[in-house]
Design a binder for this molecule. Sequence first.
Ligand SMILES: [Zn+2]
Length: 437
Amino acid sequence: MRGTTLWAGVLGLKQTAIENVVFDPDGSVIFHVRPMAGQRHRCGRCRRRCPRYDAGAGRRRWRSLDHGLALAFVESDAPRVRCREHGVVVAHVPWAVHGAGHTHTFDAQVAWLVARSSKATVSELMRIAWRTVGAIIARVWDQTLTEHGGPAGDLLEGMTRIGIDEISYRRGQLYLTVVVNHDTGHLVWTHEGRNRATLDQFFDDLGEDRAALITHVSADSATWISEVVAKRCPTAVQCADPFHVVKWANQAVGTVRAAAWRAARAAGATHKNGREQGRQRRDSTGAARELGHARYALWKNPESLTDKQRQRLDWIAATHPLLWEAYRLKEGLRKLFTMRGETAIEAFHDWLTWARTSTVPEFVHLAGRIAAIGSRIEATLTHGLSNALVESVNTKIRLLTRIAYGFHTPQPLIALAMLTRGPYRPQLPGRDPHTCQ
Ligand SMILES: [Zn+2]
């Protein structure tokens, strides 16, 4: 076998002939290549065979995976062809996505890395800017969808129980609507926006036949979601998403805690501690200090509390009956969603009575809000949609929105969410996913 033929395998290039391997004066390795005969003179967009138009902008380079310590590039002519549908376009090349500056193998390695490591690690190791990472994962996701049969892929096949949610990013300026398959735990659909038109888009992608298979839809209490679901998926039972209901209760506990903290400070539980921005700074002491620190103890699930946080709760139980009752109401509601069937529904009604007649105004109010979606909560308790699942997908996507902050369009965040929480996870180039070799 000739050396140049071996190089194609080493680089992971398919349908590509290597003409020469040279060193650039700056130390990079340059692989001179051309597409194999069957791959030449095809439209870069639709891959239809077309007549050659001209030589385009001459030779071009695509960044490939590093060779040892050196940067490596694939270099080739980049002629243009005339497509009957797309006009004059740069011809297709088998080693890269149309219009991309990096090879398929490079793209694949970046996508694999970004799903597993920090922003800084990916940028530094691959020697690319974070914006470039964004462009790469967006096109890897596009390619993945194409391989799996089109714009929505086959992600929406055979679903029966789904969850719909919205996620904010860029400090609440932009929103994504996400759909989760409850039976597989996979994120199956993500789109920019959070309104009727966005959700209509989902049901358009799903189509009437597949919508008819949906039996349960869980969502928060947003009316735009329930109205669109009722119209497009009329036979499905609508369930309340426990994740959001428990979140409301946590917010109510937070309000009660903040009021107790302010009351303690007003009663003098502070001491002067220098000046800050021209104003006297007053640090909390005693009860106010304890209430300030109790925030996480009140919010966390009791099974994951530290000893110190447990002591803080004991202190609240002994000294702040109103806050303690708010906390117990919240925990009661959370426990409710771990129960199923008749017992759970009875417990739900007992909880509503408890909240309505409690001494905590925030929970009297919350009881009204929860009773308003009572039938949907009963549906959740009857059909047992996994809250843990929705919550875990939610939490993980919210973490992604932080690293996606440097991306300038929502597409890279959507791609990142789908590649890490969807069914098609990125694979390292040139490895067999089943044997890890
Ligand atoms: Zn074309």
